[in-house]
Design a protein around this ligand. Structure first.
Ligand code: SAH
Length: 231
C-alpha cells in the first residue's frame, strides 16, 4: 500500500488514542461480530490502522474515535461507523485497486483520507461549506492532495470523470443516474439507498457493454442525501 500520510507527533497519539486502542478496533472489524460480517481485505484494515480517526472528530469525542460507532461532526452530520467505512472501501477494491475515485459527502474527510492512504486519487464533493473547510484543513495538515468541491454531489464531477470508483456516503431514495453515468467501464459504485430506517448498501458494477449489475450487501443507516448546497 502506498502511504502518503504526513503524521505529526500529535497524530500518533497517546492514551485513549494509542496504537493499542486502534489495534483493538482492527480486531473487532476482522472478527465478524458485526451482523454484516467481518472485514477481510488487509489493505483496508491497514489503512484504518494507519489513519488517525481521532483527528476527524471534535477533541471532546477523541476518546471515542476508535469505537466502532458513528460520531457527530456538527451540522446534524456524522462520521460513519468504521465497519461501514471498511465494508464500503472493501467493495470499491474488490475488483482491483481503482486509480481514481469520486466521493459524494466529504463530511469529516475521514473516508476520503482512507482512500488517499490506499494510493487512490480522490475527488470529493460536500454540500456544507463549513464542513468542507474543516476537512480541507485536515487534508492539508496530513499532506494529502485530495481534490474537493463545494457543491451538490448528486451532479457528480463530470469534468473530472469517468471514475473507476464512486462512493456515496449519504442515503438517497434511489440511485442517482448522473453518478452511474460517470462510472468508468469495469468501475464500482457503492451507495446507501432507501428510506430512513430501511436503507440498503448497494454495490453496482458497470461491464464492458455499459450494463450495470447490482448487489445488495448490507443494512445501513446514513444521513440523508440532500439537494443544493449551503455555506
Ligand atoms: N464520508 C463522510 C461521511 C459524512 S456524513 C466522512 O467520512 O466523515 C455524509 C455527508 O454527506 C454530510 O457531510 C452531508 O452534508 C453530505 N451530503 C449530503 N447530501 C449531499 C449532497 N447532495 N452532496 C454532497 N454532500 C452531501
Amino acid at each position: 500500500m502506498s502511504m502518503r500520510l504526513r503524521l505529526q507527533p500529535e497524530a500518533i497519539g497517546v492514551g485513549m488514542t494509542s496504537q493499542r486502542v486502534r489495534d483493538r478496533l482492527i480486531e473487532r472489524l476482522r472478527d465478524g461480530a458485526h451482523p454484516g460480517g467481518g472485514i477481510t481485505d488487509e489493505r483496508v484494515l491497514n489503512a484504518i490502522r494507519t489513519v488517525p480517526r481521532h483527528l476527524f472528530v471534535d477533541e471532546a469525542l477523541a476518546t471515542r474515535a476508535y469505537e466502532d460507532t458513528a460520531l457527530p461532526i456538527g451540522h446534524g452530520q456524522t462520521i460513519s461507523q468504521p465497519w461501514v467505512v471498511a465494508r464500503m472501501t472493501e467493495a470499491l477494491l474488490a475488483h482491483g485497486m481503482p486509480g481514481k475515485v469520486l466521493e459524494v459527502g466529504t463530511g469529516s474527510g475521514y473516508q476520503a483520507t482512507i482512500l488517499a492512504a490506499l494510493g487512490i486519487e480522490v475527488h470529493t464533493v460536500e454540500r456544507i461549506g463549513e464542513l468542507l473547510r474543516v476537512a480541507r484543513k485536515r487534508f492539508r495538515s496530513l499532506g494529502l492532495n485530495i481534490r474537493s468541491k463545494h457543491d451538490d454531489g448528486r451532479i457528480g464531477w463530470p469534468e473530472n470523470g469517468p471514475f473507476d470508483g464512486i462512493i456515496v456516503t449519504a442515503a438517497g431514495p434511489a440511485l442517482v443516474e448522473a453518478l452511474s453515468a460517470q462510472l468508468a467501464v469495469g468501475g464500482t459504485l457503492v451507495a446507501p439507498v432507501g428510506a430512513q430506517g430501511a436503507q440498503r448498501l448497494l454495490v453496482l458494477r458497470k461491464d464492458a457493454d455499459g450494463h450495470i449489475e447490482q448487489q445488495d450487501v448490507a443494512a445501513v443507516a446514513f444521513v440523508p442525501l440532500l439537494s443544493g448546497y449551503v455555506d
